[in-house]
Design a protein around this ligand. Sequence first.
Ligand code: ADP
Length: 630
Amino acid sequence: MAKKQFKTESKRLLDLMVNSIYTHKEIFLRELISNASDAIDKLYFRSLTDQSVTLTREDYEIRLTPDRDARTLTISDNGIGMTAEELEKNLGTIARSGSFDFKAAAQEGKEAVDIIGQFGVGFYSAFMVSDRITVVSRAYGSDEANRWESAGADGYTVTPCEKDAPGTVITLHLKADTEDAKFSDYLEEWQLRSLVKKYSDYIRYPIRMQVSREQKKEGTEDEYETVTADETLNSMTPIWKKAQSEVTDEEYAAFYQEKFYDFEAPLKVIRQKAEGTSNYEALLFIPARAPFDYYSRDFEKGLQLYSSGVMIMEKCKDLLPDHYSFVRGLVDSADLSLNISREMLQHDRQLKIIAKALEKKITAELKKLQRDDRESYEKFFTAFGTQLKWGLYADYGTHRETLQDLVMFRSSNGDKPVTLAEYVGRMPESQTKILYAAGETVERIAMLPQVEAALARGQEVLYLTEDVDEFALKMLRTYEEREFADVCKEDADLGTEEEKEALSKANADAADLLAAVKAALGDAVASVRLTDKLGDHPACLATEGELSVGMEKTLNKMPGIGDEKVKATLVLELNKAHPVVQKLEALRTDDPEKLAAYSKVLYANARLLSGLAVEDPAEYGKLVANLMAE
Ligand code: ADP
């Protein structure tokens, strides 16, 4: 029988397993038991609609059989089994998404060794403890059985064989003991018992093993005999059905990492139990980090859906709103019928009620985290804050009540993000609006003349650095009845009444000059005006209307915008107190040509300050050089 080769990716992973120096080799058992349980799930699920499956729930089991003499450990199940093709396909390639994540993480440069055990790389992990593995399997509904066999990376064989009933029997030929690793421990009752308790206690089918015990001989006083009997090693209570107090953080983390293929413990565990109009238990997790595909089209939100402990859907989308799409976990409800179809589920009223309640719960828990554990909340926000902001913007701002207190922004107040409530709480009485400025980075925004001016007045400015920020605030419109104002817009309303009056008089007096500058700049700007908010900067750009410079950039970046670029309406603001304004006024009558050149240079400088490129760099360079040559 010719040996077949593993697919390249699988081979790499296998090599890692075989040569693994990972210390938690014991997780192989968890992986194999979990596969066995999945296989039984599949058959059980089938039995609900397929009358020919005669097994009842009580018949299913996973069995561990250690054989010290043969130095083998066997894990068997009476689940759905595999055909020859399935043996090839499933055990010859990496199928699972977890392994895929593993690859991604390995590419990110994470220590491969470190993540092996945390990920759970499935079946292959058995090669950490075995130098040969045989899998005998018979698929449900087939009379044929097959034996898959492999001694590691050099390939595998599949040959027909005999097997009485459907299911799978995996036999591990354990590696020889070394100084560092005592593989023979995996043949010991105590060890297997404790591993099952540790990793697989919640598995819903009995994990049985023959155990022997010394027992008093019946009818005697002090005579003992060894009796062997089957024992179920797991409690079979799913973790979400156990009392909160019975589950440790480690158990939650292990469960989460295994079920949801994360290599980090969750940032937060949320449990909810409802009784009454709807009955369900929810166990939710907020991951500590965004999955690598989170902000991509490939990411699918959803919670696992169980009906009385049996999974009926892997990813039920309707249970989570988009703004909480990062939440992982499951809902188990006795109210849902087992063989409910997917289409029906979508319209299920019960499901809608659950989804509403979950959203409320998640919101409350996030608020609590923000209040009680700011550091964790900031970590959470780094990972998923952008999603919350898109949530504010989405659906015409429908979710503002839910999200407005959860979002945070950087601000001129320190180097930590602030909430809107914190901002408003600090606002001086005289300030009417919530001020913000947008730009690529905090540093760039802090350099904007208008920001400097606001800070000089003792005002706090929100620094909007993300594309979505301005859109989110636009949709929010107000927070605690206070409007948002871009400091780079006229309506930011920064000055006192007297200042405003003085400024409008100055503008009226300079009407001719401003018109001349505008004429020099043409359509590049909508208007030119004097301002008193620039400190020692000569000029800057402001915008008029809805669209800011940042929004212009974001919108023009959107896919599908084509040539229909949008443009913010720019206004050139000149510093009323800067000597350059007097100079311009003098040139207006003496040397209009030079006035035009100066205007262009000031405008180009203002663009640079706003993070915009100079429109005509060649002309700009010449203008500046000519000024130098004077
Ligand atoms: P995963 O379980 O994450 O898919 P594995 O490498 O552990 O990855 O297993 C690959 C596939 O092999 C499984 O998806 C399943 O289809 C099949 N498989 C593994 N063990 C069994 C088993 N005991 N019974 C039936 N099929 C199994």
